[in-house]
Design a protein around this ligand. Structure first.
Ligand code: FES
Length: 71
């Protein structure tokens, strides 16, 4: 599985101790590309749990569509 995401940043974001979750004491960085609180994970990755191998997805406006599939 894979997904297409759009990133508009042109440089890095430096994290500091203010970014730590006060309850957990850590910081979760989004690697799925779907977080509304990017670069921090907001739990949006849960919608990717049933993605299938060999399929590329795009998520837009709350909808998931298939971009391509391996044959
Ligand atoms: S890893 Fe992207 S929202 Fe959690």
């Amino acid at each position: 599985m894979a997904r297409e995401v759009t990133h508009t940043a042109t440089g890095p974001l430096k994290l500091d101790e203010d970014d730590l979750d006060p309850e957990k004491g850590d910081v979760a960085v989004c690697l799925c590309g779907l977080s509304d609180d990017y670069p921090f994970c907001d739990g949006s990755h849960r919608v990717t749990e049933d993605e299938e191998e060999g399929v590329v997805y795009r998520y837009e406006d709350g909808e998931r569509r298939v971009v391509s599939e391996d044959e």
